[in-house]
Design a protein around this ligand. Sequence first.
Ligand code: BGC
Length: 757
Amino acid sequence: MLIALIAASILAATPQNDGNAPQLREDNIPEVVAALTPEEKCTLIIGGRAKSFNGIGFTNTGVPGAAGVINGIPRCGIPTIVLADGPAGLRISPTRENDANTYYCTGYPIATMLSSTWNLDLVQEAGKSIGNEVLEYGVDILLAPGANIHRNPLCGRNFEYYSEDPYLTGMMAAAMINGIESNGVGTSLKHFAVNNQELNRLASNSVLSERTLREIYLRNFEIAVKESQPWTIMTSYNFINGEHAAESYRLLTDILRGEWGFEGAVMTDWGGGYDDAAIVRAGNEMIQPGSDERYMKLLNAIKDGSLSMEDLDRAITRILELVVRTPKFKGYVHSNKPDLQAHAKVCKKVADEGVVLLKNNDAALPMSRDQKIALFGTTSYDFIAGGTGSGDVNRPYVVDLMSGLSNLKFNLDPEVCDFYKSYMEDEAYRRKRIDGKNPWNIDRERAIEVIPVDLIEKSAGVSDAAVITIGRVFGEGKDRNLHYSYLLSDREQELIDRISKAFHAKKKKVTVVLNIGGYVEMCSWQDKVDAVLLCWQPGQEGGNTVASVLCGEVNPSGHLPSTMSTKYELEPTANNFPQIYADKPFNYSYYRQIKTKTLPLNTVKDIDYTIYEEGIFMGYRYFNTHAPKAIAYPFGYGLSYTTFAFKGMSAEPVEGGWNVKVTVTNTGKVAGKDVVQVYVKAPKGELEKPERELKAFAKTPELAPGQSCEVIVFVSKESLASFNDNTNAWEIDKGTYTFVAGQDSMDNSQKVKVKVD
Ligand code: BGC
């Protein structure tokens, strides 16, 4: 009844097109703003008002399975603009009513794997091909990339984000945005800001100092905005120091636009924000996907004056400035036929560079394809391409490791493969029954790990080496459980243990492949195996990528984008992060429901509020400074099948900063790429500074054995500044700075001193 009444009132208030209404053009936005009625303006601000959710996207308008729309106003020539999810590829429905075609999208590696490449050109190339699918499937804006910080390894959405470091994050996000937007489609950099846990994400309050906010949790967005000017930004669900991110004038107007010069439009996360007038006043133009109730609230706010015409028209102007940039407005006729085969090649190329070789004792890898390989672990036969939730992709296929190895003509132990194939069929039936009952954004049920005791012994006799894959999948709406996700299960431990004993007794090597979206504990088992390959969730070509690395066709060149600690309890954020012991899958976004803005912000620690007690000392800033012994693998770490040497570092003063030069030589026997990471250690000053901070990086080209190249990166003077809470300003201490170039954040081999007056 209410809905019918609202619809009637909108109709009554919407002037019919009498032929005189101005039609939107790039150069007549003020005229169109003036011609729109308050009802039409609210229609533009409030999104598609989804009433139901089909598990993929909220809307069937335009592109089925897209996340939402900016409503069109045909009377003024304003088309409906389609918004759909990312970031590991475009997320739309593969099927459509009365249409036998399928509309698959390429499943790219997760963002954490993209940043593990440390290769901005490659990430931009991935973005370019993702953006082409956005364009060719009729979508205008991709709701990606995600640029939140890996504050704690248990955050359920870390896989959608790049790193614990704001510089690496910001640069990666900018490369992705520039790649996607080169197609003439838009992006939405998300989730702005300080959104680092999923539990109670719609109501939790992130409590942190101004310095921590500025240096860690805004710096990433600042860099991305300045380097790429995304078309849009999506605000986060959480509160920041008691203020809702979506309603923060300081964040969206003073800082984002005033200080950083952002020129685009802002939207809420889906269902985010409480006070609609405050949202628009703050400089947030779109309430997504909105509802009839929110439409009415906004209209009433205009009528009773709590939202001024000036604020409203500023929002509408920004929305129209966005609309005129879109393919929809420009009349682009999409093909629905992006070149998926070409994009699959890009997917593999990017994944190949993101694999991180963590351990390789006695050159266990690469392996010869003539060796007989015993392939263990259920995940080897059911590879994980990406995470769950809105960051998932409806991809056409996922190459598992058995298929990847077979494609490269590896000699696999047939008995082990046959055992697993039959076991996985049985498990598929059980899993289907459970998954059928689970909500859309919950971890998919995985096959239960199996320990084929006799087969392990037998294959140790007949095979030449063993490969075991350990898998983890998780995603939006839920953080990871320490016991069931971060630590290996008893069965996984036993599997590794038995295989290692059986194969080592016969002097044969064991490799573990980690097919995971975030770290797992390694110290309790890694000494038992010879090699560990971290292949993340590498997208649809995963098995092919890992096979290429295992045989040495691809020399691994990925480096860690976040520190891996020896023990979860030693993480600087472990005491200030929720840990819920769930007995069933559940979406924890609404863990504590709130209906009004007067929520009990200060009641339950880590749920209603989370204190960022560690300040800026998070990730390697903490570990390298205060707890180097707690590092299992440092930030920036990664091995190769060859070795590299750095020499001749210099820092030459240039306009606005320094050109840091270093010569990299391949000192090993095979071709490969390395990463030059430039860190800066500040002199002692008023503020406590970390041991070092990343200020620049570059990936080398492929270097043949004996070949050298000179890498030059720019370190800006501005990047040396720290935020002083006492003066409320960025400050650079005078004194001698140490610039360090290394292969990871613990490498001290190349240093130069730089004086700053
Ligand atoms: C997620 C966003 C996503 C949106 C639309 C929200 O639940 O937090 O990342 O873009 O849904 O699907």
